[in-house]
Design a binder for this molecule. Structure first.
Ligand code: UDX
Length: 432
């Protein structure tokens, strides 16, 4: 099929590259001309394993980049909207980019079009896109607006796209249903065909449920610490029950990233506008917002006075295998440590560049190329992301390089007994 993907952010870029890899002719439209220049040269502005290879393989063959929505709309019967839906001041999804795109599509419609929402958008946005296109397009144009939410995770986005657990299609016409089922005909997973409202509610429900699991297990971790229990053993044991499942029961520094925090806040507003006070979700959100403070408290309990202490931090991204630092715990924890006049020594395998844009190198904030350099002369090591490399680190060497071997492990990556045996004062999450 001839497809247009509007927006070359995380979702848009992965969608464009993967559809091209599957043999479709894809035009990816991005208004940032610098980004388009970069993509045309075959390099990607984000760190996502395997994505650059697919881009390089398909560029100029099945995959084309442009800044012009007009080109894409005229050539493609199917148009995916993948633009950002950032959080506005009240916590709702801000849809100004979606509206802008809808107007631009309307001005260029030249035959039947299927417009598909892939970004996470409120439950009634398809109605507004429909209205906007009717208002700005020539009379008599035919089109459908459908929803096809994306469930990809950063760090494993290609695998998630190519081998999804399910494909959700929200349509209001048989024509739209047929096009989308044809597009995904080679995918063997379960396909759910429903109306657009339900389709979008599925996407939000998935994300807020995942957030709920994380805040739930973090609460259990707090209790575990107080009573001398082990949250990991609890998670393993309850996770065996198929009704519960082990995934997303890793206690830690709280959920971050571009989706879960934003979607939880947006859904509270969606519920509110439907006249429903989603109290559990409000509590999940509040608890997660406070989670970084709890980590700072642990650091203070371990060190007492932070002034002039050298604190090494491993992991700046919101999770491993990505350089994305959006809503990362590191962004909230580091300012608190700096406010207490601690000196920070940072190491992350890929997120350093992104982090430097917000925290430039200074006397109090320094960056290191290896974890061993970062801990040299440190009074405490704080782990904020569970990169695989950190799990394989030589802990004897780390202990030898530190002034005092204290570790606050925000991701439970080390076995407590082994750490204590090596001579560490070791604090983790919900374990004794
Ligand atoms: C999420 C959803 O998983 C995905 O389906 C959706 O399409 C987009 O949002 P992503 O933001 O890439 O994906 O990250 P995810 O792997 O879900 O992790 C989110 C946050 O939760 C991270 O900060 C992670 O560290 C944290 N997390 C995850 C935990 O703290 N504990 C867990 O057990 C799992």
């Amino acid at each position: 099929m001839n497809l247009s993907i509007i927006g070359a952010g995380y979702v848009g870029l992965v969608t464009a590259c993967c559809f091209a890899e599957l043999g479709h002719k894809v035009k990816c439209i991005e208004k940032d001309s610098e980004k388009v220049k970069m993509l045309k040269k075959g390099s990607i502005p984000i760190y996502e394993p395997g994505l650059e290879e697919i881009l390089k393989k398909n560029i100029g063959k099945n995959l084309f980049f442009t800044t012009s929505i007009a080109d894409g709309v005229k050539e493609s019967p199917v148009i995916f909207i993948c633009v950002g839906t950032p959080q506005d001041r009240r916590g709702s999804a801000d849809l100004f980019q979606v509206e802008e795109v809808a107007r631009e599509i309307a001005r260029n419609i030249n035959g039947y079009k299927l417009i598909v929402e892939k970004s996470t958008v409120p439950l009634d946005s398809h109605i507004w896109i429909n209205k906007t296109i009717q208002r700005f397009a020539k009379k008599g144009v035919t089109f459908d607006v459908a929803s096809n939410p994306e469930f990809l995770k950063e760090g494993s986005a290609i695998e998630d796209f190519m081998k999804p657990d399910r494909i959700v299609i929200g349509v209001s016409s048989e024509r739209a249903k047929k096009i989308l089922l044809d597009l995904y005909s080679n995918f063997k997973c379960k396909k759910i065909v429903t109306n657009p409202q339900t389709s979008k509610l599925i996407k939000y429900s998935a994300n807020i449920f995942l957030a709920t699991k994380i805040s739930f297990i973090n609460n259990i971790a707090d209790i575990s610490e107080k009573v001398g229990a082990d949250v990991n053993v609890v998670a393993d044991a309850i996770g065996v029950d198929e009704r519960i499942g082990r995934a997303f029961l890793n206690a830690g520094v709280g959920y971050g990233g571009s989706c879960l925090p934003k979607d939880v806040k947006a859904f509270i507003k969606i519920a509110e506008s439907a006249g429903i006070d989603f109290k559990i979700l409000k509590e999940i959100d509040r608890y997660n917002d406070e989670r970084p403070l709890m980590i700072v408290k642990k650091v203070k309990e371990a060190l007492w006075i932070l002034k002039d202490k050298e604190i090494a931090i491993f992991g700046l991204s919101f999770k491993p295998n990505t350089d994305d630092i959006r809503e990362a715990a590191s962004l909230k924890i580091i300012p608190q440590l700096l406010a207490e006049n601690a000196r920070i020594r940072l190491y992350d395998p890929v997120a350093e560049l992104q982090f430097r844009k917000i925290f430039p190198e200074s006397e109090a904030v320094r960056y290191f190329k290896t974890p061993y350099e970062a801990v040299e002369g440190a009074h405490l090591l704080l782990i904020l992301t569970e990169w695989e490399d950190f799990k394989k680190i030589d802990i004897n060497k780390i202990a030898g390089l530190m002034v005092i071997p204290i570790v606050v492990d925000g991701r439970n990556i080390f076995p407590p007994a082994k750490m204590k045996k090596t001579g560490f004062e070791y604090y983790s999450i919900g374990r004794v």
